[in-house]
Ligand binder design. Structure first.
Ligand code: SF4
Ligand code: SF4
Length: 361
């Protein structure tokens, strides 16, 4: 396996074909050696979408051979459901035949004969995983492509909780895992530790928590520095402008002189957030919630909005309500999380306040 660079190219936030090419070329020239796309990213039509833009950028002489290309499709609907088969966007892919249709569509859009990585995408629940693994299903289909040399490495992309992620990886079917990880959402760290022990590279998506860490320059830098400090973690940065690629390169170049450990960086984030009351540290120990709420993730938006006064945190939280883990409005005040929180936080009060602040107009 060719080692992944520390910073990787996410292809989900491109604005248009021209700026996508500029970003991709610059990132590859800087040595970022992996690009992750999907049938759904930037999808406007069969010809205007992330896969097509990536393919065109990599058709320029001297680029394809310097980057590993990854795309993916999902057995589910992007959330926690199964949903119908939507080939154009790569959702609801559960049979071998559907997998073949979507895989060939990706090759066609990318203009490539073969890929480097393919991912079981947005697989957040055991039900979705089992649907992909049924005989004659997603996994059987993708392994035929792998056997024929259409791609080299199989990974999984998931927003599941750490125990479920570990259960996926324990099957031994995946060489990498892509999961949300950032300085204010550490709820999956036990899965990251598991991967470190098993030598499974972790690809950290959402490094800036959906972009809102970028609203504060100091927080943005700490967010990158924290992930840089974690061995075995690679930062999947969803670039939308060329200057963001320059910033990532600056982080990379200055990393050897930045002598802070991951824990020291987290302490700096703590001071920056400067909460006046004991606050949630997004450790994730209160999981699972009977209503699938990822409380640590929800409260990270709340902390940044409440204590750092970054309005974008609330906007970002609202935009992500498609994700079950962030549906704090579904809390039934059952108290299960309070019983498990090692910080003994007054969670019922905090949840009520978070609901008020994050959902109020
Ligand atoms: S509520 Fe408590 S247990 Fe849950 S993530 Fe926050 S600090 Fe951790
Ligand atoms: S109190 Fe709310 S967030 Fe906590 S476990 Fe119960 S439903 Fe989930």
């Amino acid at each position: 396996m060719i080692p992944l660079s520390k910073i990787l190219i996410g292809a989900m936030r491109f604005r248009d074909r021209k700026s996508a090419a500029e970003i991709i070329h610059k990132a590859i020239d800087y040595g970022f050696n992996y690009i992750d796309t999907s049938p759904c990213y930037c999808h406007k039509s069969e010809t205007e979408n992330s896969e097509a833009w990536v393919g065109e950028a990599l058709s320029a002489p001297g680029y394809r051979e310097r980057v590993m290309v990854s795309t993916k499709c999902a057995p589910g609907d992007g959330g926690r459901g199964l949903g119908p088969f939507v080939p154009a966007q790569g959702f609801g892919v559960r049979t071998k035949e559907q997998l073949a249709q979507v895989f060939n569509q990706s090759l066609r859009r990318l203009g490539m004969q073969s890929l480097d990585y393919y991912h079981l995408w947005t697989t957040h629940t055991m039900e979705q995983f089992d649907a992909a693994m049924q005989p004659g299903g997603w996994y059987d289909g993708v392994m035929e492509y792998k056997k024929n040399g259409a791609f080299n490495h199989l990974g999984i992309t998931t927003h599941a909780g750490p125990d479920t992620i570990i259960a996926f990886l324990e099957t031994g079917k995946f060489e990498t895992v892509t999961l949300p990880l950032n300085v204010i959402n550490l709820t999956r760290l036990t899965a990251v530790d598991y991967c470190a022990k098993k030598n499974i590279p972790v690809i950290a998506m959402n490094p800036l928590a959906g972009g809102f860490c970028a609203a504060n320059g100091r927080l943005k830098e700490l967010a990158f520095r924290y992930l840089m400090a974690l061995p075995n973690v690679h930062i999947l940065a969803g670039f939308s402008a060329a200057n963001e690629v320059d910033y990532a390169k600056w982080i990379l170049d200055t990393a050897p002189n930045y002598k802070q450990s991951a824990d020291q960086i987290l302490a700096k984030v703590d001071r920056l957030i400067d909460a006046r009351e004991p606050r949630c540290t997004s450790c994730g120990y209160c999981q699972p919630c009977p209503n699938n709420i990822n409380l640590g993730a929800c409260l990270s938006y709340y902390n940044i909005y409440k204590y750092m006064k970054i309005p974008h945190a609330k906007k970002s939280f609202k935009e992500k309500q498609w994700e079950d883990g962030l549906r704090l409005d579904r809390c039934t005040a059952c108290g299960a999380c309070s019983a498990r929180c090692p910080n003994q936080l007054p969670l019922q009060d905090i949840i009520r306040d978070a609901q008020k602040l994050l959902y109020e107009k």
